[in-house]
Design a protein around this ligand. Structure first.
Ligand SMILES: [Zn+2]
Length: 155
């Protein structure tokens, strides 16, 4: 992840830190601090967590991060998710069904801001069970991959 995006998340107060003390890791005698930016989840599966896509790498102007608010970021992530859904790659986090871009879009992107910071997709009807499915997940135990590259330009 580019430092600029990391700095943006820091500015918005969305970076999580994990302090690893020497007692937990005897090989190192220093305190290690790990930092994690919010993730995006294509499904609840451990293989489906991605680093947050970087707007600038998807065609936003270089200076746009300075002006972006969390609402803008939500909108950007939603457009990324829409491409993922259109490609048949995204599932409801709760019921695990593949989502589609049908006429009546029955799902929504949700930003989870407690415990782990993560954007995910869920059916409107499944949303109420979400906290159950997030329980016990630890952001530093999830391995992430780079986000898929989609062409987000309006056609
Ligand atoms: Zn569902």
């Amino acid at each position: 992840m580019r430092n600029e995006l990391l700095a943006w998340f820091a500015r918005e107060g969305l970076l999580l830190t994990n302090v690893l003390s020497p007692e937990q890791d005897p090989e190192h005698d220093e305190i290690k601090i790990a930092v994690r930016a919010p993730l995006v989840a294509l499904s609840r599966s451990n293989d489906d967590f991605r680093e947050c896509p970087d707007p600038v790498l998807f065609g936003y102007p270089e200076s746009s991060l300075e002006m972006m608010t969390l609402d803008d970021m939500n909108e950007f992530v939603l457009s990324w998710f829409e491409r993922a859904v259109a490609a048949g790659m995204a599932r409801c986090f709760v019921c695990n069904q593949v989502l589609d871009m049908g006429e009546e879009k029955p799902w929504d992107a949700v930003f989870v801001s407690h415990d782990m910071h993560c954007w995910l997709l869920t059916h409107f009807d499944c949303k109420r069970y979400l906290s159950r499915d997030l329980k016990g997940r630890h952001p530093f135990e999830v391995s992430t991959h780079s986000p898929e590259f989609f062409d987000l330009r309006l056609t």
